[in-house]
Every structure is written in structure tokens, then in C-alpha cells.
Design a protein around this ligand. Structure first.
Ligand code: PLP
Length: 289
């Protein structure tokens, strides 16, 4: 069990202490990069094809052409996971615009850097899922309509980091961010769902958010359970008055929110529809393994 890093510069998995990239790499200097985070199930990255498709969409969104074929990326991930000996892994794939002179102009950086970090998968235990999280709806807004589309999963997460800092300062575990209109967009590193009067709802992509792969999968599984997810505009008061709230992301899966802005949500523990969806999501992961 352990951590291994694959770098395009070495072309093979190495130990973390041997994984070095230049301080002139634009990923380090400017967050000029795109990335994906996945977990494995049965030793294979979950929804790899959808994650790689989003990586390409993100790259296109910042004018970066990824020079690594999907098959080569898949092989590098598999090789790195095998080198760790982990039964299941956390997998992060990062592509930066590469090394260049110390100037913002991106035209002189034409050799993207690939970094794949594979480490042991750590997920919350069952008690943590039942207990759920305390989330805080923060004042910061997503920069919708700006140059950096929130649909791009770039290496620049300062907005989410500041939102998380604020949530923690207010006694929360996680942050929920709003769009410039004041409507709910997404979590710091997750998408947001809620249940009201038996209906599962989530903000529409128009709110300016990352099209989460888990969000997509949860919508599919929910429909299978006869609970089609409604998308639309969601306001802070919708969440505050909801019976159940949960966050979705590739590593945590479905994580209940049982406290919002210091107030208890529903019964203060994982709600019944969230529990049904989480059980269905666990079965989906088990079937992949
Ligand atoms: C801002 C943001 N929204 C949503 C998500 C959830 O996406 P996924 O389900 O693809 O992990 C993430 C994941 O890191 C994220 O960073």
C-alpha cells in the first residue's frame, strides 16, 4: 500500500520523493492546468471514460491541447495503481500547460506536463455517512459569466479554498457556493442535491457549476429507483427548508448534509431518500468491482 506518482517526464511510476517538476511549470505558477479526481472500484478507475471526456472539455476551455492519448492515460493510471499495491486507490490526473519563461503569455509553453498521483483510497466510515456534514452557504459567489467558466475543472481552486476557509471559520465542515444571482451553485468540491416533499432536486448546469460525474450517475440511479431528479434554479431558502440535503463527488460518493448554516436539516441524521440513493450507489460501485 502506498503512493506512487507518474510523470510524463519520467514515463514510469516513482515514489513521491522522486517525483519532481520544475518550479517554472505553469501549473505551479498560475494554476494553468486541468485535472480529474477519481476513485477505483475493483482496482479500476470509476467512470474513466467520462472523466477523460471532461478532462478534454476542461482543456479545450483553457485552450490546452492534451498530447496524451486516452489509451496511454488509462495505461499510465493502471500501471501506477499496480505499482502502489493498493486494493483501491484515489487517482488524480493533472495536465498543466507545462514549463515556460516567467511570464503570463502562454504561447511559449507548448509541452504539457502530465502528473498522475495514486494513493490509498480513504473514504469516510459508515458512521460518518450516517452522521453527515455541517455545511455553510458562503457569501462568495462562483464567477459565472466571467472568463473562467465553472464548468472547467482547472487547477485554480482559490475560490473554493476561500469558501471552505469561511465555512470552517463558521464552524462548518464544508462550503456551498452561490452564483452571482444568489442561487445555489455547488459545493466547494461537490455538487448539491436536496429532497423536498419526496422530490429530489439539484441546481441546473446554467447556475454555473461543474458537471459532476457523480451528479450524472446519481441522476441516472435515482431515475432507476423511480425518483427522477428535477433540475432547476435552487435558492438558499430551498436548501434551508429541505427535508434532506446531500453532496456528491467522486471520492465521497453521496455525503449527507445534516446541518446547514448551524441549523439541523430534517431529522439531523441521514434522511431516508438519501440512504436509499447511497445504498443504490454502493451497489453500483460493487457491481463495477
Ligand atoms: C467544484 C466541484 N464541483 C463538483 C465536483 C464533483 O464532481 P465529481 O462528481 O465529478 O467528482 C467537484 C469534484 O471535485 C468539484 O471540485
Amino acid at each position: 500500500m502506498g503512493t506512487k506518482i507518474y510523470l510524463s517526464t519520467t514515463g514510469a511510476p516513482v515514489d513521491p520523493e522522486d517525483a519532481r517538476i520544475s518550479v517554472f511549470d505553469r501549473g505551479f505558477l498560475y494554476g494553468d492546468s486541468v485535472y480529474e479526481t477519481m476513485r477505483s472500484a475493483g482496482g479500476r478507475p470509476v467512470e474513466l471514460a467520462r472523466h477523460l471526456a471532461r478532462l478534454h472539455r476542461s482543456a479545450a476551455g483553457i485552450g490546452l491541447v492534451i498530447p496524451f492519448a486516452d489509451a496511454a492515460l488509462g495505461d499510465a493510471i493502471a500501471q501506477t495503481h499496480a505499482a502502489t499495491g493498493n486494493p483501491e486507490s484515489y487517482v488524480r490526473v493533472i495536465v498543466t500547460r507545462g514549463v515556460g519563461p516567467l511570464m503570463l503569455d502562454p504561447r511559449r509553453s507548448e509541452d504539457p506536463t502530465l502528473v498522475i498521483i495514486v494513493q490509498p483510497l480513504v473514504v469516510p466510515d459508515e458512521a460518518a455517512y450516517r452522521r453527515g456534514l455541517a455545511a455553510v452557504i458562503v457569501g462568495q459567489t462562483k464567477t459565472t459569466g466571467g472568463l473562467l467558466d465553472p464548468a472547467i475543472k482547472s487547477g485554480n481552486y482559490l475560490g473554493s479554498i476561500l469558501a471552505l476557509r469561511q465555512a470552517i471559520a463558521e464552524g462548518g465542515d464544508d462550503a456551498i457556493l452561490c452564483a452571482a444571482t444568489g442561487e445555489i451553485a455547488e459545493g466547494a468540491t461537490s455538487n448539491v442535491f436536496f429532497v423536498a416533499e419526496g422530490v429530489v432536486r439539484t441546481p441546473d448546469l446554467q447556475a454555473g457549476l461543474l458537471a459532476g460525474i457523480t451528479r450524472e450517475v446519481v441522476c441516472e440511479l435515482s431515475a432507476e429507483l423511480g425518483l427522477p431528479v428535477q433540475t432547476g434554479r435552487v435558492w438558499p431558502d430551498d436548501l434551508r427548508g429541505a427535508d434532506e440535503v446531500f453532496l456528491t463527488s467522486s471520492v465521497r460518493g453521496i455525503m449527507p448534509v445534516t446541518k446547514l448554516d448551524g441549523r439541523v436539516v430534517g431529522g439531523g441524521v441521514e434522511g431516508p431518500i438519501t440512504a436509499r440513493l447511497r445504498a443504490r450507489y454502493d451497489a453500483y460501485l460493487a457491481a463495477l468491482g
